[in-house]
Structures are given as C-alpha cells and as structure tokens.
Ligand binder design. Sequence first.
Ligand code: FES
Ligand SMILES: [Fe+2]
Length: 437
Amino acid sequence: MTNATESLELTRVGAGTPMGALMRHYWLPALKSSEVVAGGDPVRLMLLGEKLIAFRDAAGKVGVMDHRCPHRCASLFYGRNEGDGIACVYHGWKFAVDGSCVSQPNLPPGQDFKDKVHAKVYKAQERAGLIWVYMGEGAEAPPMPMIEASLLDEAEVTIMFCQRQCNWLQALEGDIDTSHFSWLHVGSVKPEQVQDDNWVKYQVLHRAPEYHVTDTDWGTMYCAMRPAEDGQTYWRFAHFGFPFWTWVPQGPLVDRVQARAWVPMDDTHTMFVSLVWKKASQTKPLANGKPIPGAAPAIEYRPNTTGWYGRFVPVQQDENDYLIDRDAQRNDEIYTGITHIHMQDQAITESMGGIVDHAFEHLAPSDQMITRTRRRLLLAARALRDQGAIPPAVANPEVYQGIRSGERILPETDWRAAYDDGMKAALRPVAFAKAAE
Ligand code: FES
Ligand SMILES: [Fe+2]
C-alpha cells in the first residue's frame, strides 16, 4: 500500500521535490545526438519539469540550458544560432554552449557586464548516439553510468524514443510487472499456436508465475519461474536500476544487451528511451514465421513538432482509442484489440491517468517487484533529503555492469546461482576495464 505522502514523494520530479532531487544526481539520456545539428535550430527540451533548449555550435559542441534568457527571460528557443553561441533576439545577448555571455550588443561600450551574467546551463555529454544531461547543482558531475548498452558505439546500438503521457513511475512499473505479459500481450495466444523453440510457450502455458524479488546494489531484481520440460525450469530475470532504468527479459540472457530509461519530462509526461545491441538475439516468430498477434513491426509516429511535448509522439493515442480493433478483440485474434506490444503497454499505463491514484490500488503478490522498487526509491529519496546520502550507483556506476536481463532454461537450482552463472557465460560486446578509463 502506497499512502498519499509516499505517492507524492515518488511521483513528483520538479526542482525541490524529494524524487526530483534524487533524479538530479544522475546523468539523463535526453535527446538523440541527431536531433541537434551543428549551427542548426535550437530544440525545445522538457526535462524534470524544466523547460530547456539544446543547440549545437558550429564546432559541434552541445549546449543545454534554461530556455529563458537571463536578461529579461525571453525564450532562447527563438534565438539565432550564430555559430559561437545562441543570440537572444530580444536585445541580442549571446551565450556560448558553456553558458558564458559573449556579447551584450545593446549596451554602450563600457557599460556591459558579460563576465557577470551566465545562462543557466547544464552539463551535457554524448555517448551511444545520445545526448546526456546532468541537472545536478554540484560543480563536478558524477561519472557516466556504466550501463552496458550505453557503452556501445552509436553504430552498434538501436535507439528508440517514444513519449508517454503519464507519470514516469507508472510507465516504468509496466516493465517490472512480468505477469501482465501473459495477458496484455499474449492473452489470446493458445499453446498450440507457439512453435516449440519459442519460449513464449511457457508464458502461455503457465500464466501465473512464481517470483523471487531482491534488493541489489543498482536497485532491485526479480526472477520469475515457470515449469519447463523434463523437470527443468524456465527462468526470467529482470531489473530496476536507479533512478529510472529497466532491463526486461526479452531474449536469452547470454546476449540480451539492452537498457530502457523512463525519463521524466514533467510529472505527467515521460520520454521512453530504449537501447538495444544490434547483434542481440531477435524475437522469434510464434509459428510459421508469424509474430505475436498484434505485434506490428514498428510504431508509427506523428511528425515531430518544435513544441515542448512535440517529440516522438505515436499516432495511437487516447484521443483515438489507440486505434483499437474491437472485432479483433472479440474474436480473440488480438487480446487487447490494440496493435503493437509497446502501444498495448502505452494504452494501459496512460489509461490509469496522468498520475495514478495509488489510494485506489489493490496490490497483489504478483506486484511484489513494484512494491519493493517503490520502497527502494522512497528510502533513497528520503536518505538524500534527510541525511544528504548520495543515491545508489551515483558514485559507483560500475555496479550497472552486473546487469543483464533475459531468459534461461535449467534444472531447478538456486535462482541467484542461475543468474550469476548465466552472467559468467554472457557475451560481452564492451570491455568494461577499457570503458572505465
Ligand atoms: S531578454 Fe534576452 S537579450 Fe534581453
Ligand atoms: Fe508489456
């Protein structure tokens, strides 16, 4: 049970809130590098409830700053990218990517005070085809997270963004709520429709798995277990990592290099950012080369706009009922009647409301990963607020190296040993010792 105080503390991300303060200790994957062009137009960026702009100077350096000009608060979104900085079009003050003021052309000679005025700038770095932003107040940013998929070269990783119109936590919780897969996504699939080498068959045959959940250095993890053939067990391992990362079990543990971030834009909008190694195992067809019913190959997006909420908005929306096909639902062709697995999740988490009313919930044993993850987040946010404790993995980002989600089939054994053994055998596309330098 999450009470009203806890609910507020968990969901609000603005400056000065407990969770907002926690989030501001981490590097946030905010934009695709390709969205911000050298010498090109500034991009509106909403992050943790703050309105920012991102632009790239002529040398290719990225600047991320409050959209308000520090003179009289005109929006720098309307500014001119003049190569050596963004010039506010109100009175011409110009700011370089590091926030320094390089020009105050409306002031007579001798009256300017360029060295005393700075744009409110946040640190930015690029890695794996993404622009990462640090919104903390410390002079020094922490090291970047050693998340395996984020250490891949841009050419080796598939990146997907998708905006979700709801609070970050309820969106994230869909990724750690494993039992919904057997219903929301494959509720209409019959065991005989699944070919023998596809492990989805275990999720179709056994729709109420047993769980283990535990705290980890990076957050929380679970193992869901279902019976397999010959007395063996089908194991699914998955994780939550501070502050908003998930690793979902969508393939064999051995090569499933991926990570998913649920980056809060504000309290009721979230940017989903997915990174997947291009050489990871592909999802197998269910039967005769056919995908899971309703699993369309790609999400269709509206054209991006320059608005605060204009980036990576899918066509399927609450306002068009996510293009639900009631006949397909009624005929048991697609359990939800909604096309595309990610959109099925999107429809359901958005349907809970902008911020879910936790007082209305009745959490069950199948939600123990959610319960434990909320507790971990709350304890960390409160330890930061009350004792100034640095949140998990900020100072020791190497803990993320131990994370891989995925599936294994093994004789019944200790679940943690099954995970640790699987990790020893895991294919490693990134040499961590080198990456740590
Ligand atoms: S408000 Fe930007 S230069 Fe005056
Ligand atoms: Fe899902």
